[in-house]
Design a protein around this ligand. Sequence first.
Ligand code: SF4
Length: 383
Amino acid sequence: MPLHRKAKPEADAIVRALLDWFAQAARNLPWRRTRDPYAIWVSEIMLQQTQVKTVIAYWERWMRELPTIQALAEAATERIHKLWEGLGYYTRVRNMQKAAQQIMAGHGGDFPKDYEAILELPGIGRYTAGAIASIAFNEPKAILDGNVIRVLTRLFGIAENPREKETNERLWRLSGELVEMAARFSPEEKGARTRTMGDEERCSHLNQALMELGALVCTPKQPKCLVCPLRSRCIAERTGKVEELPNLGPRMMTTSRRFVAFIMEKDGRFLVRQRPAGVVNAHLWEFPNIELTRANDGSNVARAARKVFGAGVKAAERLCVIKHTITRYRITTDAYRTVATRTAKLSDSAGEWRTLAQLHRLAFPSAQRRILRHISSKAGKEP
Ligand code: SF4
């Protein structure tokens, strides 16, 4: 359902209601107090897969430590990993650094204003480019993420799966038509509260209103339709289909996986290793570990220890069990204190020996970080 001329008054009203609502309901988030494209870019990448309340502290620390594109371009990889530690999906932060280096080399250190140029930067897809172009530069560019998909499918009563190409493109078009309409508003067309809004903010605010409505009102469960500014125009609400939309198809089956991690200590130092390039959580640090599978005769921890270290090592005592979920995997990691016999000779490839204080300066994936926290609290040395 493109917003044809016939539907224009309806779309006008939607845009007006969104701008009006955003003017009085928007959360006061730190990245909303700036138009610096770098700061907005950092927030958008952090907000992928992570909730706002978690991101605030990360974003503030990041902007304190790496306040400019140049600072990011020149930072050591270990430092950016450490600043990102806990946010996961570390390819994102490495791509940010590559993009910063590209901006330094190709744009004189200034974040590009042109949408196509933004889209060419590593790690920046259509959503992020649209978010930066609209929020920082007030360009009428579309955005479409999970929140916006939910709002639009419900508002326009779209029953098809938004992951399907055709429906997805339709949603991008709708999102684009709304932001373009915001750009065309004349002052007298604005709602009561938006009348004072400068022209340079309307595209920015319209897109943020869509995101904010999805985050605060049109939520996945128990949306607050009674207080929604779009209620009178919402097809899903009118037809009783709110709970059914968006139609994301059958749920992905979750798979359980089990790992065992080995905590080996010698003279106050712990054995850790750095994950190689090209694997999940590449370059991050971890305690030696292995997945228990049928193929490697899972559930036998002693055998797993031999597989990781060779002979002469045994898992002695279970220290903690860490459970976490990543995408469709429910992962359990049993961490064992591990001891080497007197004759055991660990090869250099087994890892490196670091003190607790040194470990806390390294970047670990979140489950491994929780193991480290457990060891530290047992030793009474939580930093
Ligand atoms: S009325 Fe309900 S379903 Fe419709 S957009 Fe608002 S919160 Fe979402």
